[in-house]
Ligand binder design. Structure first.
Ligand code: SAH
Length: 347
């Protein structure tokens, strides 16, 4: 019999399970607090739960706790990269970034990815599997326990396409922002997508206060197709309409990510075309100098070109920032730490 995934349950589901076993509902609240507030790593730790109930729980439930395989700490800015092993041996990567305004964790939503973006290391070996809500949450819990500090911001921008694991993502968001759990404010959560149009629309209708980040990377359909296979399925104009819809439904300003690659999408004419594409939408552009991966030939433009690109967008009234590189000394592109340990892909 497969065991129940207790950490992926909301309070109502946990309560049903506990009451079915003849216990009082408040027991479920205690257990929920152990799981999601105190971030317990075992049932034994739950000191105010009877031995008998703990044994029952251990027999019928799986407690998802990620195992830390590797940790790299930047001496420049304190950024930490973690490689975690899941129960079945799959590996995932998560990153802690320390800012003045608080700790931010970047989590993975899938082991691997099937989206195939040309510049991305995480997709080179395809999708292994979706992560459960508990596996997404526990990346944050383990990192918070590791540093002994609270996490205030979460970005779903690690390996995987979150909207390709949509139901689990929604459950994860519910648990993450629940007042009886870690209680992270929806406004401090960002979900990044390569542009799965129907899911963006569904998410918009949930009217959550989370930030949608759209990985754009090109100012027109033709260029986007060269970089992102997902553009075969959803054309740029449909993606843009979905972003407008997201803003209309939620009132949340959309973030556009744009990885600048030398000679690919970094000309001033690209900036102008991008400004026209975004014109009128309440949005923010994040320029990311592409992180070169050894399997592909992409290169970062020089600083001058990046600055010019930014200035051009600003001239058209677009809000834009150049993403500060964090933890430059600890690794290359996202997904490379994991890749080194799963396929011998790195050095
Ligand atoms: N699948 C989601 C989230 C994971 S990728 C998405 O596509 O948004 C997180 C962000 O990193 C995306 O904007 C992605 O395009 C970008 N990215 C991936 N590889 C990169 C690289 N080598 N250099 C710069 N940005 C990269």
């Amino acid at each position: 019999m497969t065991k129940a995934d207790i950490k992926s349950w909301n309070r109502k589901e946990l309560e049903e399970f506990i009451v079915d076993r003849g216990e009082k509902p408040f027991r479920a609240r205690q257990i929920y607090a152990w799981l999601h507030q105190r971030q317990a790593a075992s049932f034994q730790e739950m000191t105010d739960i009877s031995k008998d109930l703990k044994e029952q729980l251990a027999k019928s439930c799986e407690l998802t706790v990620l195992r830390q395989e590797r940790r790299q700490i930047s001496t420049i800015d304190g950024t930490r990269k973690y490689l975690f092993a899941l129960a079945d041996g799959a590996m995932i990567e998560s990153v802690l970034m320390r800012y003045k305004h608080g700790n931010s964790v970047c989590i993975s939503s899938q082991a691997g990815c099937r989206m195939g973006c040309r510049f991305c290391a995480s997709t080179l070996d395809g999708l292994v599997r979706n992560l459960t809500p508990a596996e997404m949450l526990d990346q944050i819990y383990r990192i918070s326990s590791d540093i002994g500090e609270r996490i205030s911001n979460v970005v779903v921008m690690g390996t995987g396409e979150p909207l390709d694991n949509y139901e689990n993502l929604l459950k994860f968001l519910e648990l993450l922002t629940d007042q009886w759990g870690l209680h992270i404010s929806q406004r401090n959560v960002t979900v990044s997508t390569c542009g799965i149009v129907p899911r963006i629309r569904e998410l918009a209708e949930k009217k959550l206060q989370i930030t949608l980040a759209l990985s754009l990377h090109a100012p027109n359909q033709q260029k986007r197709l060269e970089l992102m296979p997902v553009a075969n399925k959803y054309e740029l104009h449909e993606v843009m309409e979905a972003c407008w819809y997201y803003f209309e439904q939620t009132g949340r300003r959309v973030t556009f990510e744009y990885a600048l690659a030398g000679g690919v999408n970094d000309r001033e004419s690209d900036a102008r075309e991008l400004a026209e594409l975004l014109g009128g939408l309440n949005c923010h552009v994040n320029l990311i100098p592409v992180n070169p991966i050894r399997e592909r030939k992409f290169q970062q433009p020089n600083g001058n070109v990046i600055q010019k690109f930014k200035n051009k967008l600003e001239k058209y009234g677009i809000n834009v920032t150049i993403r500060r590189e964090m933890g430059r000394d600890i690794d290359g592109a996202c997904g490379q730490l994991r890749r080194r340990y799963t396929s011998g892909g790195g050095e």
